[in-house]
Design a binder for this molecule. Structure first.
Ligand SMILES: C[S@@+](CC[C@H](N)C(=O)[O-])C[C@H]1O[C@@H](n2cnc3c(N)ncnc32)[C@H](O)[C@@H]1O
Length: 307
């Protein structure tokens, strides 16, 4: 089962009131959503996901707590439109807990896992026309190298991209374990003994297939608009590029316009709309790190709308 990361820290940071309207952008298995729903007894929870299994499971779990919630089966990039359809333009709390859940990783037929054989799919949304198989078999060597380097931060990006392109000239690469073997053959044996060489490459392909960075950037801009004054936005990331994006956007939003910075009387409209709550990202406690290996790369960042 999925074990929620930074659960207490994230929920506390949202400063929920009984009548808060809250949005969980990444419902998953409703670990965070359950805690939110318990706290917004007279408010409402909207929760996004596009994973059928997660939605079906969480619907029941949340229904046992209350009825003041709606699960929205949509990409969180469309949160503003989806909420507007329901007459919602302002909310008091927004949470993101990014990435994939443990059950998603374990489901062999999705091709997210490098431990089980499956067709190369990796789509979180089945209407997405791009699959991992298309990425692996049609992207140029340079593009493969770029995504392995940028999203996977793999120092063997070049060698792995080259091996893939050589291999697919003989026959298309269709299965996860086939890809794992190709990746293994491209890295030195000493490296293979230290860490699984496919981990970063699978992550990179998943991020490419699901356009994860673009979708996050679009959604965060919508979240800034949706937040009501005094509302809190909390984001848990698991990847350095995502964390960098969140950190930079939060900094931009909470800084004084450089044109007026240092002026003795700054006009109120030039003051930032947001206050940075976490100057340094919050990391999981030693205890959480001990019992939940998934939490190792997690960082929580929080911002508040102040005007
Ligand atoms: C790490 S899990 C969330 C776990 C959840 N907080 C819990 O405690 O059970 C992330 C979830 O977000 C969903 N997700 C990821 N990207 C999404 C997107 N762009 N739109 C909607 N849901 C997304 C995934 O399907 C997954 O179920």
């Amino acid at each position: 089962m999925h074990e929620s990361v930074l659960l207490e820290e994230a929920i506390t940071s949202l400063h929920l009131q009984e009548d808060s309207i809250a949005v969980d952008m990444t419902l998953g298995f409703a670990g965070h959503s359950s805690e939110i729903l318990k706290r917004v007894k007279k408010g409402y929870l909207f929760a996004f996901d596009q994973d059928e299994e997660a939605i079906a499971y969480s619907k029941q779990k949340l229904a046992a707590i209350g009825s003041n919630f709606e699960i929205i089966d949509a990409n969180f990039a469309n949160c503003k439109i989806e909420l507007a359809k329901r007459g919602i333009t302002q909310v008091n709390a927004i949470l993101y807990d990014l990435g994939v859940s443990s059950p998603q990783l374990d489901r062999d037929y999705r091709g997210f896992s490098y431990h089980q054989d499956a067709i190369l799919d990796m789509r979180m949304d089945h209407d997405n026309p791009l699959t991992a198989e298309i990425v692996v078999n049609t992207y140029t060597e340079q593009d493969l190298q770029r995504i392995f380097w940028q999203y996977g931060e793999s120092k063997y990006a070049k060698a792995i991209a080259h091996k893939i392109v050589t291999h697919r000239k003989q026959q298309p690469i269709t299965h996860t374990l086939e890809l794992v073997d190709i990746i293994k053959s491209a890295v030195p044996i000493q490296y293979r003994l230290k860490k699984h060489p496919a981990k970063q490459i699978f992550q990179a392909i998943r991020m490419e297939v699901n356009h994860e960075l673009d979708v996050l950037a679009t959604s965060l801009q919508a979240a800034f608009d949706l937040l009501a004054v005094n509302g809190y936005l909390a984001v848990i990331t698991f990847h350095s590029l995502e964390d960098r994006m969140v950190k930079q956007l939060f900094k931009q939003k909470s800084e004084i316009d450089p044109i007026v910075k240092g002026m003795p009387d700054i006009p109120p409209e030039k003051l930032p709309d947001f206050k940075l709550i976490t100057t340094k990202g919050i990391k999981p406690s030693a205890e959480e790190l001990d019992h939940n290996p998934r939490s190792h790369s997690a960082t929580l960042r929080v911002i508040q709308k102040i005007k």
